[in-house]
Write a protein that binds this ligand. Structure first.
Ligand code: ADQ
Length: 475
């Protein structure tokens, strides 16, 4: 434990984590990396996890339901259908999500969605406020809750409040297209610490604060609207050791046997994503078609196994992508499939983490090609699951935050189908020694910057920030 985190009595402050959705510890394995990382921190120091219950109700209670899970307290609120439509499906997922991923063409600016988003943030903050203790460290997560600290400060909260943005921060030109960007930027200055995935995200935030609001910069601190905060990069990691162990568990081995084709030359390329237009799945299918066109030795030999469960299924743009994928996969399979082989196997449902780990390990190539992504944990999981003696190769989009750390992957532009096809062919024939060297380098990075390091470095930096209104946040 860092000495900076110890308080006078040797105790760490209580952690209060706030995220759109609270996941019960029993379901955390399905909740993915964030749920696991948060729960570890909450278990270690005892703490409270607050957010939406995942339930819609006709007349949601204004007070949170509280449940205890060992040392962790879970406090959740239901939302009404109207709140969910405006806050979650509307402003968060039809406006902020596309805009922050540079899809201005898909962003829907609806003032009612914005009002609903602000109202839900205020309602949630008002419900959390009575549960807070003076010394708590409060850690808010992601774009659903940008104005949460401002709403808490309106209740006179004086606690240290940090925010971590899991998705990219956009360029100023994109952000300023948002009618409410001033209010949202101002609300960010109610935090003491802003955490981003990459240095580039920090830079874009600073640029925007300087260009649009005349912010003053000093070290890591940014001052605007009469308030000062610290903005830094904390690239999120996975529990690489644990994921590597998962990959050799009996359930993973079973999956490995089902996926690995023992016939010489047969290669499985795996893609695993939430079904989302930012993940570049249609472009990936097109790169697969280009591979088949350019390299006839792939026919009958190479298969893309794409696992992409439906996500945000009520949002129209997500329904469209599903149809698009089915069409492209059908077209390519129609052109190239043989009696005992089809180039694309597309599975539209979620799998357990052990199953996933086994599938990653059985796949010679991990193809992770988002058009834009805050980090991308699948790239990290794929590497962690490999057999170090005979590892597969990661082909990674330069537009994933992960590409800034995972330099030993084959880095590609997802828009360049020929370059992706060529990288796949290089990966197929990469000599064992090169595969081992690349994997060792990637794995070292994953172990150094794992989920625990991410969490501790963020909370450590938050601890070093002074209380709001005081003069000298850490730099
Ligand atoms: P996501 O956009 O959800 O996360 P990602 O980082 O890849 O993207 O995480 C997805 C998680 O879901 C992974 O742990 C993966 O294993 C799991 N998953 C995906 N498909 C699955 C399937 N078919 N079955 C089971 N599990 C599946 C957001 C940001 C990212 C950022 C993360 C964490 O968009 O950029 O990396 O938060 O900060």
């Amino acid at each position: 434990m860092s000495p900076a985190l110890r308080k006078a009595g040797g105790q760490r402050p209580r952690l209060v984590a706030v995220s759109n959705r609270v996941v019960h510890p029993r379901g955390a394995a399905r909740g993915g990396g964030l749920a696991v990382a948060l729960l570890d921190a909450l278990r270690e120091r005892g703490g409270l996890w607050f957010g939406w219950s995942g339930q819609i109700s006709d007349q949601p209670d204004s007070r949170p339901a509280v449940a205890e899970a060992g040392p962790i307290r879970l406090a959740t609120l239901d939302l009404s259908q109207a709140e969910h439509d405006a806050y979650y499906n509307g402003f968060a997922n039809r406006c902020l999500w596309p805009l922050f991923h540079l899809r201005l063409d898909l962003a829907a600016f609806d003032p009612q969605h914005y009002d609903g988003y602000m109202r839900v943030n205020r309602r949630l903050a008002g419900a959390l406020w009575p549960l807070l203790q003076d010394e708590d460290q409060v850690w808010i997560h992601d774009y659903h809750l940008l104005p949460f600290a401002e709403a808490l400060r309106e209740q006179r909260a004086r606690q240290q409040i940090g925010f971590f943005l899991h998705i990219p921060f956009p360029v100023p030109e994109m952000l300023t297209a948002l009618p409410h960007y001033r209010e949202l930027m101002r609300s960010l200055f109610s935090y003491d610490l802003l955490g981003f995935q990459t240095e580039d995200d920090v830079q874009r935030f600073r640029d925007c604060a300087v260009r649009e609001f005349g912010a003053q910069l000093r070290g890591d601190s940014v001052t605007a609207f009469g308030r000062r905060l610290v903005a830094k990069a904390f690239p999120i990691g996975i529990d690489a050791r644990e994921f590597a162990q998962l990959a050799t568990s009996p359930a993973a081995r079973l999956e490995f046997q089902r996926v690995r084709d023992p016939r010489p030359g047969r290669t499985v390329i795996v893609g695993v994503d939430r079904l989302d237009y930012t993940k570049g799945i249609p472009e990936r299918f097109q790169a697969m078609e280009r591979l088949l066109e350019r390299y006839p030795d792939t026919h009958g030999q190479v298969e893309l196994l794409q696992i992409a469960p439906t996500s945000r299924g009520e949002v129209p743009e997500y329904m469209a992508i599903r149809e698009q994928l089915e069409r492209i996969a059908g077209h390519i399979n129609g052109l190239y499939a043989q009696l005992d082989w089809a180039p694309i196997r597309y599975i539209n449902r979620p799998l357990g983490r052990r199953q996933l780990a086994g599938i990653y390990r059985a796949s010679r190539i991990g193809l992770v090609t988002p058009l834009r992504d805050g980090m991308n944990l699948v790239a990290k999981e794929y590497v962690a699951a490999q057999d170090p003696a005979d590892p597969g190769v990661l082909v990674l989009s330069r537009f994933a935050g992960a590409a800034q750390q995972m330099r030993a992957a084959l880095i590609v532009s997802p828009y360049d189908a020929t370059a992706v096809a060529d990288a796949l062919q290089t990966a197929r024939y990469m000599p064992l020694e090169e595969r081992r060297n690349r994997h060792a380098e990637l794995m070292q990075g994953l172990l150094r910057n794992d989920a625990g390091a991410w969490r501790e470095s963020f909370l450590d930096a938050l601890q070093r920030c002074s209380a709001p209104g005081e003069e000298s946040p850490a730099s």
